[in-house]
Ligand binder design. Structure first.
Ligand SMILES: [Cu+2]
Length: 395
């Protein structure tokens, strides 16, 4: 209803504006120039506006580059990351160069060659050489960029199996991530949503012997310097595994397994102690401290102080809590990683514990109780039937 009223009000305002412009037209002195054709004065004003526009446009562009540079990510924390950044930088540099030259010329010429009653436009049909030049240069530059992009893509996407990459499955669901390590055999057991039951949250196939040593975890630990290959699976909708600090992203598609591999090069600790991160964290904590003052004044709890951690995020708007779909990533030394992975329980152990916990419950419950449990529904059914019959009689 509110929307309808707003639309009505806006429509009425538009009609009012239109009517007022008509009144202004009619109230003009009879000797004013009411011609629809632009005169030299109009041309001068419009030309000047074109010139002012392009100056303002470039000023805003430079300001944005300067202002938003504080939000740039730190240097890549993966081996392929620098290749990715170079591709991005070169593409933007080429696009920006062309953009600056063409926009500057476009608006400057609109100003310089603005209409003038004493001048007549030159009739200039075509120029084959000019057309050739402005076709062939973009073709060469674009082909170069595309080839460069393709080579970078295949460099990044081809994981060398000989490097013995660590195999980790990332299981996406609304709205969380689960990691499954392939265990000692470094081979993931088969999995399917149909097997999801109880503690088997990612649907691992219990009959597959490769699955026994798999490790399901809610935090992603990675040893620094070792290639990792992620096998991505989704339970429900399209998600996207996004590792901004490692310059990696891959769609997670229900019904298929996608993959992406990278080698982490900077541990969480090293990233925390970098100059970039120290400055950033200090800045964030100052903002939090300021905001906490208002909270404390209102009798609320102050904000926690921030500490940097790598995160795996979802980069597809997959539902209402999409923003919160994230998993902490810890990049650590191979020794620390080994220590952590040894503390984790394997899939086989988890299933055995589950079975052991369920067993005594079945033993304690004698068969008679089960029958008793079944009785009430029968009674309910009978009562309903009886009631139906009663109603039938009444009717
Ligand atoms: Cu998602």
């Amino acid at each position: 209803m509110t929307v309808f009223l707003v639309i009505v009000v806006l429509a009425l305002l538009a009609v009012t504006g239109w009517q007022m412009s008509k009144i202004f037209q009619l109230s003009k002195r009879p000797d004013t120039d009411t011609s629809q054709v632009a005169n030299d004065k109009d041309n001068n004003t419009q030309g000047l506006f074109m010139f002012i526009f392009v100056i303002m446009f470039f000023a805003l562009m430079i300001y944005c580059f300067w202002y938003y540079s504080q939000f740039y990510l730190p240097g890549a924390a993966s081996e392929h990351g620098s290749q990715y950044d170079s591709l991005m930088f070169i593409s933007i540099a080429v696009i920006m160069t062309v953009q600056v030259i063409t926009q500057a010329l476009l608006f400057y010429f609109a100003y310089k060659y603005r209409g003038n009653k004493r001048q007549k436009a030159l009739f200039y049909a075509d120029n084959d050489r000019l057309e050739f030049i402005w076709t062939i240069i973009p073709v060469i530059v674009l082909a170069g960029l595309i080839l460069y992009g393709l080579f970078t893509w295949s460099n990044i996407m081809n994981v060398n199996e000989e490097d013995n990459p660590l195999v980790v499955e990332l299981y996406a669901q609304q709205f969380s991530w689960t990691a499954r390590y392939a265990g000692e055999d470094n081979t993931l057991g088969k999995a399917n949503v149909r097997f999801i039951e109880g503690v088997n949250t990612v649907g691992v196939d219990q009959t597959d012997s490769y699955a026994e040593d798999d490790i399901v975890a809610t935090e992603l630990h990675l040893p620094v310097g070792r290639p990792v290959i992620f096998k991505l699976r989704s339970q429900d909708v399209l998600h996207s595994a996004y590792f901004p600090h490692f310059r990696a992203q891959m769609n997670v598609v229900p019904g298929m397994i996608t993959q992406f591999g990278f080698t982490p090069t900077i541990t969480t600790e090293d990233m925390r102690s970098s100059q970039y991160m120290e400055d950033k964290v200090r800045n964030i904590n100052e903002i939090r401290k300021d905001n906490s003052k208002t909270l404390i004044a209102n009798g609320e709890a102050p904000l926690d102080s921030y500490e940097f951690d790598y995160y795996l995020l979802c980069n597809k708007i997959c539902g209402i809590a999409h923003y919160n779909m994230q998993m902490k990533i810890v990049v650590e030394s191979p020794e620390d990683y080994q220590e952590w992975i040894e503390e984790q329980t394997t899939f086989k152990e988890t299933m055995a514990t589950e079975a052991a916990q369920n067993e005594p419950v079945e033993v304690q419950d004698p068969g008679g109780q089960e029958e008793e449990q079944w009785d009430p529904p029968k009674e309910v059914g009978e009562t309903t039937e009886a009631m139906d019959q009663d109603q039938g009689v009444e009717n």
